[in-house]
Write a protein that binds this ligand. Structure first.
Ligand SMILES: Cc1cc2nc3c(=O)[nH]c(=O)nc-3n(C[C@H](O)[C@H](O)[C@H](O)COP(=O)(O)OP(=O)(O)OC[C@H]3O[C@@H](n4cnc5c(N)ncnc54)[C@H](O)[C@@H]3O)c2cc1C
Length: 472
């Protein structure tokens, strides 16, 4: 097999390291191109592969009730280098998987360095890779170097590579109170893909609006990192609290305008302001708060956004934020195997594809590595089933996210969460036949989702093991 031409992985972060490991374990040679040591990013401090730039936590490790814990378990079963090294260097952190960052990065660097099919080359890839590189994985992360970003942008078009994320909170549909909120598009317009009832609307009286505005203005905000501070806000994605500072009616004439909407719960009274949520995924389980990108601290977002009628019990799949972040409009640009439609020899992996977080980035590296290795060896490799956490995350970036009608791109980075997984019949009774209620029922439902995921993952892994290589 070693006479094969190598796959080139650009970026030796979480995704690139995992992708390279999966490729080498499939018997295919791989070259990792990592710029650090010759050129640093604004956040990395070492030249180690898979450096964790901020927190040292991989978040919850509970596969039964947490979607990120389920992703951990699936990655372990798929032979992940990142999860294996994380497990070997874990630190006490309750139910979370926290790691000794230096020992973790040292192990990833050492294991890749010692693998006979892996070569590590230090240096920036400052433009599109040469044509002689027939199979490439770009895993250069949120801080992709400027010259490579420009080259990718020339391929994708300006509006489809973002340098900043402006994330509005996303709410689990089942936690929205429909005795206060209602479905309706403004002026009942159905648009190209809608029904005229495409938004969930949360109405506010004058007193509710004024109290909400005061809370927004006084709520605690996070500050930009020094190197982010000079990146200007884009028009059209100003933080909600910055809009609020511009005048007490700015929001009422902006994202919270009450026009074209009639509250069926209180017919005859016009709301003073309305918060709209738009369906965010094809499953209809996640809804995003339109225009609510924010730099409020996470705890403050929960407190203040639960003041909104209909959202008093809201459970957030993702809270809002604004960060420097290089990411593609993946649902439009990538195919189901993570290849750039405009140049299929380039695959993308990691945070640049629009997932968020160390583990999610490594997970997409794992899948991209398997796709690339199978393609190189002439084997078929199906995507992981959408009922698995790996498959759900992949489906979100390659098609599961719904693009807002008329918007250039409404795609924003996403952590894994239960809302991305297809629903399942909620168990009514426990193993002893006792009727399940409240939290026990929710727990039983999550466990059923996790068991289905792990069973389907085993099927996928077995198919991948059995796939015959094409005759050479
Ligand atoms: C400031 C900051 C804080 C964060 N905090 C957290 C956190 O606490 N928890 C969390 O889960 N996630 C956090 N993230 C997100 C985090 O970056 C990702 O979760 C994860 O590191 C992304 O993995 P990746 O492999 O896609 O990118 P990275 O891990 O960043 O790896 C990309 C690699 O590509 C290299 N590279 C870039 N351009 C080139 C080039 N042209 N040629 C060669 N090499 C190149 C970089 O040096 C880097 O090593 C944070 C991100 C930032 C920017």
């Amino acid at each position: 097999m070693t006479h094969m031409k190598p796959i080139h992985v650009i970026g030796g972060g979480l995704a690139g390291s995992e992708a390279a490991w999966q490729i080498a374990c499939a018997g295919v040679p791989v070259v990792i191109h990592e710029m650090r040591s010759t050129r640093m990013t604004d956040a990395h401090k070492t030249d180690g592969l898979a450096e964790l730039v901020c927190s040292n936590s991989f978040r919850s490790d509970d596969w039964e009730t947490s979607a990120i814990g389920l992703l951990h378990e699936e990655m372990r079963r798929a032979g992940s280098l990142i999860l294996g090294a994380g497990d070997r260097h874990k630190l006490p952190a309750g139910g979370a998987l926290a790691v000794d960052r230096d020992a973790f990065s040292a192990e990833v660097t050492q294991r890749l360095g010692e693998h006979p099919l892996v070569a590590i080359e230090r240096g920036e890839i400052a433009g599109l890779p040469p044509e002689s590189w027939e199979s490439v994985i770009v895993a250069t992360g949120p801080l992709t170097s400027a010259s490579l970003s420009r080259a990718v942008q020339a391929l994708t078009g300006e509006e489809d590579l973002a340098f900043f994320d402006a994330i509005a909170p996303v709410v689990h549909r089942e936690s929205i109170d429909l005795s206060a909120a209602w479905f309706q598009s403004r002026y009942d317009k159905s648009g190209p893909a809608g029904t005229g009832a495409d938004y969930l609307n949360c109405p506010m009286t004058k007193a509710e609006y004024e109290a909400f505005l005061d809370a927004l203005l006084s709520g605690e905000k996070t500050s930009f990192k020094e190197w982010e501070a000079d990146t200007p806000y884009f028009d059209g994605c100003l933080p909600i609290e910055v809009m609020a500072e511009r005048g007490r009616d700015t929001l009422r004439f902006g994202p919270m305008k009450p026009v074209g909407l009639a509250n069926p719960h209180k017919s005859g009274t016009r709301p003073y302001a309305v918060v709209q949520l738009r369906q965010d995924n094809a499953l209809g389980s996640l809804w995003n708060m339109v225009g609510f990108q924010t730099k409020l601290k996470h705890g403050e977002q929960v407190r203040i956004f639960r003041m909104i009628p209909g959202l008093q019990q809201a459970e957030f799949a993702r809270l809002g934020g604004l960060h420097r972040n290089t990411f593609l409009n993946s649902p439009k640009l990538l195919d189901a195997q993570l290849r750039l439609k405009a140049m299929p020899r380039l695959r993308f992996a990691g945070q640049i594809t629009g997932v968020e977080g160390y583990v999610e980035s490594a997970a997409i590296g794992l899948v991209a590595g398997r796709f690339a290795a199978a393609e190189r060896s002439g084997r078929a490799c199906m995507p992981p089933p959408p009922t698995t956490a790996l498959g759900a995350l992949l489906a979100h970036i390659t098609g599961g996210h719904l693009l807002a009608p008329g918007a250039a791109s409404s795609f924003q980075p996403m952590n894994i969460n239960h809302g991305l997984l297809p629903p399942i019949e909620t168990p009514e009774h426990d193993a002893d036949g006792k009727r399940l209620k409240g939290k026990d029922r929710t727990r039983a439902k999550k466990r059923a989702v996790a068991e289905r995921a792990l069973a389907d993952l085993e099927g996928w892994l077995a198919t991948a093991r059995a796939a015959p290589a094409a005759a050479e």
